[in-house]
Design a protein around this ligand. Structure first.
Ligand code: SAM
Length: 288
């Protein structure tokens, strides 16, 4: 089957009694240009070890394998995982598109993956994924927060979500996910992908986002505090930080820390840059 052909994908689903599952975000990419766009944006090279979450029918997987990379794919839907395992790898090897053994297929829930164990076992250079809508942010955050995660993450997500990942201080979509991702990564929206590039067609547009790891000098204690502090602050994003922190016994010395790093107590969570959150977390950690 040509998995980039909407007709062939529909015919396969019909013939196999397979109904794309909305809860699993099964909107399959069926546009060759969009596919090339995400793989080009990832910058992967032959020989790289690439992590893919949610390979689905394998359209992105095939494209990656054809570029000579080794793909480690994690798919929750066992029917799709079985199809990939039994048909696709052998078929691609027979066609000379991929070297035998270049696809590792794991039928599992990415939300339950032991990332520490996986990242310790394989030297991933990138993660390239068309993430399921409903749990994409959680999966990406689980991966990105792991210090052994691949240094480059290229993902396709809803445009609204992509904007949250990339939003800087003072911008409307600024929130916890963006602040957490930007702690360790430069986040860039590469391009938009229209709903017509998927089957079934989603109601909203999508965007390719590339995240490149940058150095971040936080001790484990400071990092822990950064996460706790920003999580609590964004749960009360409309509140002024001074008033909010005064009532938070888990951050002793936080008001003095605010003053020490030059943040006005009237500032709100979404107005702080990542550099300011970092400075504040370090200052509070130093007072503990
Ligand atoms: N990569 C394919 C493509 O581009 O056409 C499919 C992408 S589709 C948007 C998302 C895929 O993620 C589906 O195959 C779905 O079954 C899978 N998926 C959903 N939740 C998952 C989870 N928790 N862990 C792993 N895979 C998941």
């Amino acid at each position: 089957m040509d998995v980039a052909s909407p007709e062939q994908v529909k015919a396969w689903c019909l013939a196999n009694g397979f109904h794309p599952n909305r809860a699993l975000g099964q909107n399959f990419l069926v546009n060759v240009d969009a596919l090339g766009g995400i793989v080009d944006a990832s910058g992967v090279n032959a020989g790289d070890m690439v992590l893919e979450i949610g390979p689905g029918l394998g359209v992105l997987t095939e494209c990656l394998l054809a570029r000579g990379v080794h793909v480690h794919a994690i798919e929750k839907d066992t029917r799709l995982a079985d199809r990939l395992r039994t048909n696709v790898e052998a078929e691609l090897a027979a066609r000379g598109v991929a070297a035998p053994g270049s696809l590792t297929l794991v039928a599992a829930d990415a939300l339950k993956t032991d990332w520490d164990a996986l990242f310790a076992s394989r030297p991933f250079s990138a993660c390239v994924s068309n993430l399921p809508y409903s749990v994409g942010t959680r999966i990406l955050l689980d991966i990105a927060r792991n210090l052994a995660a691949p240094p480059v993450l290229t993902v396709l997500v809803q445009t609204e979500v992509a904007q949250r990942f990339a939003a800087l201080e003072g911008e409307k979509p600024r929130g916890q996910a963006g602040v957490w991702l930007q702690l360790d990564f430069d986040v860039r929206i590469v391009c938009e992908v229209s709903p017509a590039s998927f089957w079934p067609k989603p109601e909203v547009g999508s965007s390719v986002v590339r995240l490149d790891r940058h150095p971040c000098a936080l001790t484990p204690a400071e990092r822990n505090l950064f996460y706790m502090l920003t999580k609590a602050a964004f749960m009360h994003r409309r509140k002024q930080l001074g008033g909010f922190l005064r009532k938070q016994p888990q951050f002793p010395g936080a008001l003095d820390a605010l003053a020490a790093v030059g943040i006005p107590p009237s500032a709100r969570a979404e107005e702080l840059s990542n550099a300011q959150w970092l400075a504040l977390a370090k200052q509070i950690a130093a007072c503990r």
